[in-house]
Design a protein around this ligand. Sequence first.
Ligand SMILES: [Fe+2]
Length: 387
Amino acid sequence: MDPIAISELRFLAPARILVGTGCRHELPRLLAADGRSNPLVVVDPRIGEAPALRDLLARLGAAGKAPPVCNEVPGEPYVETAEAIAALLRAGQHDAVIAIGGGSVIDAAKGAALGATNPGRVVDYEGFDRFEIQPLPVYALPTTAGTGSEVTRVTVLGATHPIRKISIKGARLVPTAALVDPDFLRSVPPRVAAAAATDALTHALEAYLRPASSPVSRALGLRAAVQILRVMSYGPAFMDAAHLPDLATGSMLAGLAFGNSDVGPVHCLAESIGAVHKAPHGAANAVFLGPVLKYYGRGVDAALAEVARSAWPSRLGNVGDESAAQALVGSVAEFVAGANIGTMLELCGGVIDVELIANLAETNNSNASGPLPMSATDYARIIRLML
Ligand SMILES: [Fe+2]
């Protein structure tokens, strides 16, 4: 008798994921239910006086003392950023972290929550499940539709000596609750929103294309990609209020997809120019997504065609794999070009060290998670084709 193929799945997600306009207002109830009375709020300084933030902070303060707010998070957080917030958490004897922002804020908050309860330096915990003590609970409220970090077990932080991005992964890094409220998206500048949306699409596609992904990650990746592509196809109007709930949900689903699988070569390149040139994560993924998909060539046509046909059944329902896949790649390129995100070279300050970036991409621990094997030579070819 043939052996039966068994796939064992351990699916990680926050115990509570709230989705919908206004769901941020449930945060005080969740904190009270969990017995958390002394949270620190970590906020993206760029969302400043956004009405959705102002009314949430007012409600958090209404029950008694207003929680302290930390807004010292740079666009690309470093290990030191997480450690500085961890010091605040310890000094204030805080019992929870509320992260309101894009991926930089949520990742910094997750790293800080770990650093507040575990000894030594945050960088010591690079890798998978290297820490033993439960981090402080994190309540994550994404303000961009891109990161997915509100539902994942990973935090990505910049590190020096050597310069790189480190990933800290562990089941205990999954936020306690995610509150995905499209109202936060209203105050995001269009260019930032477009870059974030392309990051989310990259999460969805990389999880979907990864051969080792579970059926659950592939299903979530497919659904997320379809939802995000449909919103993107509105072009510059993609941030109209009517589309924001779909975009916010698509980003969260993409987070669940890659959070239970991995990202792949697009992120390997994006994280490399992020580490070396401080290129913003969303924009870096946006510039590499199309060229990497093109470089894969015919090997991913069938998979991309399934996504494209699901997204636009009336237009592509009856076309062949190659044409459907090309339509998807063309749609991404058109969206990125129209969003004024910039070029790879612009994100790198005008000069790129091809060998350095290619080698960093090859040694990224997500390099093996692509649909096809990728070496430093492949990465260098992609970069040179973009010059
Ligand atoms: Fe990403």
